[in-house]
Design a binder for this molecule. Sequence first.
Ligand code: AMP
Length: 182
Amino acid sequence: MECASVNKKSIDRIEGAIREVHDFPKPGIVFKDITPLLADGELLRLTTQMFQETLEGSEVDKVIGIDARGFIFGAALADRIGAGFIPIRKKGKLPGETSGVAYSLEYGEAHVEIHKDAVREGERVILVDDLLATGGTAGAAVKLIKDLGGQIVCVSFLIELEFLGGRKNFDSDVRVEAILTY
Ligand code: AMP
């Protein structure tokens, strides 16, 4: 990704702070562990700045984060740009009236939910998560937001595992950005 104010050295530092854990949570998966990045205050701020740059100057009313690591970057971004934050959570975690959608995982099914009153018709939002893998999770989140009438300005990830082809889950009208691509 081109970044005007975050230089290549910063991107390399962010990438260097992401730890790869082999065979977690199951054999054959290389898990991208962002906790060392989160523990470095300067890198966390830089990463949040880069999420802001994916907006390319567009204004949003709300930042929506996906359970659970999307909450961390999403809330930091919301604070930075003065927008509200909305969580999309795994089934059964939100206390109010919810809309939900099921989607396929590599093995089995998952289900995400949003509060029905969280997004108002026409509100402009950015959807944030740490990582785009097969795209099932973020694709389901986009559906929830659109069904509530939200206007998606951008779907932004810290990491995209390009070889898994997750972008195919998004309609062509949805702008998808990733800070780091593998
Ligand atoms: P997917 O629905 O396949 O795009 O999976 C995306 C979700 O699973 C994200 O919320 C990620 O946090 C998590 N995830 C999937 N694969 C990995 C991975 N290799 N390393 C870290 N997190 C992952």
